[in-house]
Design a protein around this ligand. Structure first.
Ligand SMILES: Cc1cc2nc3c(=O)[nH]c(=O)nc-3n(C[C@H](O)[C@H](O)[C@H](O)COP(=O)(O)O)c2cc1C
Length: 432
């Protein structure tokens, strides 16, 4: 469904009752969290570039990507998924931090600092997203449950083994070690990620799992909360703790999902409060999973030909669902900086939605995912020119994920064609 909104009035009608504002001045203000200051509320969302070395180190292409983000002028760069153990990578091109490659991550942080400085920008906060890909790892799936929707979808036989309680306890130590390394590398904080049906996220909805990490709410939340506590104990009170969390899985039997597959906001609001009580000062709220319901997770105008995923609803409905999810959490945790997601579909009109939410107190920071690939200096244009350019905007065509799914590096072959178009051409040749 092509993007057809022409101006703020169209946007206002499309997003109602969510607020929209033509006054962007609020996006120029710094945002004070409990223990950090964002120079502005604009955020590069975590975006896997799938360009790591086999040992998990960032490469020249990774440095290029983050340097472009830092030069772009956002107040917060949320680094993509960084695995804490090798089998926790989603694929062999994912980042993975360990003592042998600490220097390469230090270089990544320095690259961001230098690029921001050279561009004359204040230094952005730089957060590392710690992850275990769980059932979504292509290196050998590590499910946490017998999942009625995902098992058939991912070709897992009924009764397949799940990660044991003992392995989960050991994994907590891996998170602690990875977080300490992130601190040494110079990241400003870490994200204990629990979204998109990766391992911790699957455990939040592990209603049928037996043992110490499933069933009751306390046990389902245990892995995320206990890991966070251990990480905080190891890294200290003077560090920033964040979490990218699912407001709901939006699938049958999923975390905090009702019979219509819409978010319930019962358990996710409790989770948000439990996280903040344990020291999380930034929450980044998302929904669904890219592996099953991408229209929920990242509303799009089109899907690459031959990929066969339908458009189950108007994408603007997906955008409203995502923005509402953040507003629910923000209102429940007013002292926390909540990052809203889902802005890329709105193209150059996104800042007006962000400003409306900021003025109404429905979110305190605004994350751009695919737009960061397509138009890395979107923030500079918003802050300095008071507008984004339509001709440079992401068109939510799905080609960034198409590159990723087909074993290439993820980026924008439309707006960053010199770098990423050749990978698309390679896939087309391979498929011919
Ligand atoms: C290629 C690609 C890679 C992504 N990598 C991550 C990731 O590493 N961690 C994460 O939490 N979300 C990841 N996401 C999800 C985005 O952060 C974001 O939630 C999603 O794209 C919706 O935001 P948007 O509409 O601004 O693109 C990724 C999305 C895409 C398209």
């Amino acid at each position: 469904m092509q993007f057809s909104l022409r101006n703020i009035d169209d946007l206002r009608k499309a997003l109602a009752p969510l607020p929209v504002s033509g006054d962007l001045s609020i996006l120029k203000r710094s945002v004070a969290g409990a223990n950090f200051l964002l120079p502005n509320p604009l955020v590069n969302q975590p975006m896997e570039g799938c360009d790591a070395d086999p040992d998990g180190s960032p490469t020249e292409l990774s440095f290029r990507r983050y340097a472009r983000f830092a030069a772009g002028g956002t107040g917060l760069i949320w680094a993509e998924a960084i695995a804490v153990v090798p089998e926790g990578r989603g694929n062999p091109r994912h980042l993975w931090i360990h003592p042998e490659n600490l220097e390469s991550f230090r270089k990544l942080v320095q690259t961001v600092h230098r690029a921001a400085e050279e561009a004359g920008n204040p230094r952005p906060l730089f957060i590392a997203q710690l992850t275990h890909a769980g059932r979504n790892s292509t290196l050998g799936r590590v499910p946490a449950t017998q999942h009625s929707v995902m098992d058939p979808h991912q070709g897992l036989e009924p009764g397949h083994p799940v990660i044991s309680d003992e392995e989960l306890l050991k994994l907590q130590d891996a998170y602690v070690n990875a977080a300490k390394l992130c601190r040494e590398a110079g990241f400003d904080g870490v994200d204990v990620k629990c979204c998109h049906l990766y391992l911790f996220s699957e455990l939040l909805g592990a209603y049928g799992r037996e043992g110490a990490f499933g069933g009751t709410r306390d046990r389902r939340f245990r892995m995320t909360l206990e890991t966070l506590e251990k990480v905080k104990k190891a890294c200290g009170d003077d560090y920033v703790y964040a979490s990218r969390m699912n407001g709901a899985d939006c699938m049958t039997g999923g975390f905090d999902t009702d019979a219509e597959l819409e978010p319930k906001y019962e358990e996710s609001l409790l989770l948000a409060r439990e996280l903040t009580e344990r020291g999380v000062t930034i929450l980044n709220v998302t929904l669904g999973t890219p592996y099953y319901n991408p229209h929920i997770n990242r509303p799009y105008a089109s899907f690459p030909k031959g990929e066969g995923y339908p458009q189950p609803e108007p994408p603007i409905r997906g955008v409203k669902r995502l923005l509402t999810a953040c507003s629910m959490v923000q209102q429940s945790c007013p002292d926390t900086v909540c990052v809203a997601t889902g802005f890329s579909y709105l193209q150059h009109l996104a800042p007006y939605a962000a400003a409306g939410m900021a003025q109404a107190g429905l979110a305190r920071a605004f994350g751009f995912g695919r737009q960061s690939f397509a138009y890395p200096d979107f923030a500079r244009d918003i802050l300095e020119k008071g507008a984004m350019e339509k001709s440079r905007s992401c068109v939510t065509c799905g080609l960034c994920t198409y590159l990723m799914r087909n074993g290439k590096h993820a980026g924008c072959p439309v707006r960053d064609a010199a770098q990423y178009r050749p990978y698309l051409d390679e896939i087309r040749r391979e498929k011919a």
